[in-house]
Design a binder for this molecule. Structure first.
Ligand SMILES: C[C@](O)(CO)[C@H](O)COP(=O)(O)OP(=O)(O)OC[C@H]1O[C@@H](n2ccc(N)nc2=O)[C@H](O)[C@@H]1O
Ligand SMILES: Nc1ncnc2c1ncn2[C@@H]1O[C@H](COP(=O)(O)OP(=O)(O)OP(=O)(O)O)[C@@H](O)[C@H]1O
Length: 320
């Protein structure tokens, strides 16, 4: 009898920005305690997994030249982690992962984490596992602090090292412009720079996250714009001083406010509405302060299966 080969499975998974990121002290395990408000954006990666004779990872799109395709790829680490979790004795041996990346690499938007989260969901479907998102989140947290959020998406309060999540009510669709920088920044390096700045001075610290949660519930982008804050911004700007100019240019182009996304160097600009976002994107693209500009909206759901025949609209994109 012929064995039936299951069809490939594709999952779309969002990027994130941190609307609020409060970084606590360095912990003995090398991580920092965080209080953060994650917000999932419509800028996505797609992960396809299939059974194949030649296992491995293929990468297309953003950063295809620099993203590793071997065992260090976070998507591959997710394959191995899920195989170990469910006791698959043949492990990851016959899985091929194809990544179509829209999220900038080392951009502070959790691109690698998104691929890991997407791989967990796709592989659970390919292997027909009876495993819920909460169980996947346990595996995700071991792969990286940002990985669990990629499973849930939406808007969420993150604590611990960012892996403990509680959903936050968000009534409105917010419109964003994203400015990608020429090169990425290492997350570890940015946290170390913050430690250094705190040893030698007093970089700004964001206050409580409560007003951000209230602004999200109100749905007023102008209220939210006043409250965006990120403790890592000073460190990212210290390592990449040109980001000051990018942040200024976005606001001069008409954004309500701008912030460095996570560990940077991507800058995220909140706009009044979809139309304003397109105008800001066009003007920012002409300002010569970044490599590429994208528009996106949020919140959007976490890692989701993409139907084979689903129409896939291309989001409006503006290239610098
Ligand atoms: C900057 C953020 O994107 C904000 O959401 C995240 O904190 C980074 O999450 P991530 O990229 O998943 O980071 P991980 O892969 O878990 O850790 C990479 C490195 O970042 C630093 N790190 C990360 C998370 C955290 N809470 N404290 C840290 O100090 C550590 O040096 C760690 O070795
Ligand atoms: N699937 C992947 N996609 C992108 N980078 C990957 C992947 N797997 C491993 N990497 C490595 O991880 C590094 C960080 O990539 P990533 O795009 O996740 O950074 P990031 O978005 O800044 O992360 P975060 O916002 O979670 O801090 C890259 O420089 C790359 O070498």
């Amino acid at each position: 009898m012929l064995a039936v080969v299951p069809p490939p499975v594709t999952v779309r998974v969002p990027s994130k920005i941190n609307l609020h990121l409060s970084v606590g002290d360095l912990r003995p395990d090398g991580f920092h305690d965080l209080t953060t408000v994650f917000h999932a954006l419509s800028l996505t990666d797609e992960v396809t997994v299939a059974l194949a004779e030649e296992p491995g990872v293929e990468v297309y799109g953003e950063g295809e030249q620099v993203v590793p395709t071997g065992a260090s790829n976070l998507a591959w680490r997710a394959v191995e982690a899920l195989a170990a979790h469910v006791g698959k004795t043949d492990g990851a041996a016959n899985v091929r992962v194809v990544l179509r990346k829209g999220i900038p690499v080392a951009g502070g938007m959790a691109g690698g984490s998104a691929d890991a989260a997407g791989t967990l969901v796709a592989l659970a479907a390919l292997w027909k596992l009876d495993i819920g998102r909460d169980e996947l989140a346990g595996i995700a947290a071991k792969l990286g602090s940002d990985v669990p959020f990629g499973l849930y998406g939406g808007t969420a309060l993150g604590t611990g090292r960012g892996e403990q999540l509680v959903p936050v009510l968000s009534r409105h669709t917010f419109h964003w412009v994203l400015a990608f920088d020429q090169r990425g920044l290492s997350t570890e390096r940015v946290y170390k720079e913050l430690d250094r700045l705190r040893e030698t001075g007093n970089p700004p610290r964001v206050g409580s996250h409560a007003p951000v949660v209230e602004a999200l519930a109100s749905g007023d982008p102008r209220q939210l714009a006043l409250l965006l804050g990120n403790d890592l911004q000073a460190a990212a700007v210290s390592l990449r001083p040109g980001l000051r100019r990018t942040l200024r240019a976005g606001v001069n182009a008409g954004a309500l406010a701008g912030t460095v996304s996570g560990s940077g160097p991507t800058c995220a600009f909140l706009c009044a509405d979809a139309e304003s976002a397109l105008e800001v994107a066009a003007e920012l693209a002409g300002a010569g302060v970044c490599r590429t500009v994208r528009v996106a909206h949020g919140p959007v759901p976490g890692a989701r299966l993409v139907g084979g025949d689903e129409h896939r609209p291309t989001p409006p994109q503006v290239h610098a």
